[in-house]
Design a protein around this ligand. Structure first.
Ligand SMILES: [Zn+2]
Ligand SMILES: [Zn+2]
Length: 244
């Protein structure tokens, strides 16, 4: 699998960090995890188009994870190249209601020339060829999910995306032995309920033992961070490529 970090930011608008978002290329297709502000632009900056995306995952419905879905769906209908191939939209509980409200608000977003498949997977497993997706709920919102994508039948590569979350045992279980964990780590020290700081993340990593951990969903507190991160931790930056 190939991962492109499209964004590592948050609700705070930033010139350095687009909203947290990741494009994972698998043998099944390209999976886009979260689609907040600036993400469609980032896709183009890194050489992709919306048509390259086969699935959009919404880890939850906060605007910093969903706003550019409007940009994406509108472009799929009325952009220079209109979409023909199916699009899967995967999310947690309440996905259908969220989607209905979203397209009702803008009116021009319902698919015109392609099939949109809504897949609600609050806590479960779904296989697509040699790729399987496992989700679990996180401590953030009623609908928020973390996901683990595995490619390959046996001993496959495993990558975990936490979405927004606070500490939870479910997250530890999902991340156990992952090859890569892309984790929210909103603040180095400050504790905000529903999010992780570095100490929370270190606790998860100590138990789950993923091989590599990329910190993302970084609030501006991180700009003043003068500590040193040691392996397996790596501070995320937009544009980072990782081969698994
Ligand atoms: Zn967020
Ligand atoms: Zn959130």
């Amino acid at each position: 699998m190939k991962l492109k970090i499209l964004g590592t930011g948050t609700a705070t608008p930033s010139l350095q960090r687009a909203s947290s978002s990741y494009l994972l290329s698998t043998t099944w297709g390209n999976i886009l995890v979260d689609i907040g502000p600036s993400v469609v632009r980032r896709l183009l900056e890194y050489g992709y188009t919306t048509d390259d995306v086969d699935m959009v995952v919404l880890t939850h419905f906060h605007p910093d994870h969903t706003v550019d879905l409007a940009t994406f769906l509108f472009a799929s209908n009325y952009g220079e190249v209109t979409r023909k191939k199916p699009l899967i939209l995967l999310g947690g509980q309440g996905l259908e209601g969220f989607y209905e409200n979203f397209v009702r608000l803008y009116r021009w977003l319902s698919p015109v020339g392609y099939d949109l498949i809504l897949k609600s997977l609050p806590a479960g497993e779904w296989s697509l060829g040699e790729v399987s997706i496992k989700t679990s709920k996180t401590n953030h919102n009623p609908e928020s999910i973390a996901l683990r994508v595995t490619e390959g039948k046996r001993e496959g590569k495993r990558i975990v995306f936490t979405g927004d979350t606070d500490f939870s045992k479910d997250l530890v279980a999902l991340a156990e032995g992952a090859d890569l964990m892309v984790s929210e780590c909103s603040f180095p020290e400050r504790k905000v309920k529903g999010h992780l700081n570095l100490a929370d993340l270190q606790r998860i990593v100590k138990e789950a033992k993923p091989r590599q951990v990329i910190l993302s969903h970084l609030y501006p507190d991180w700009d003043a961070f003068d500590g040193v991160l040691h392996a397996p931790f790596l501070l995320g930056i937009d544009g980072l490529d990782i081969e698994l």
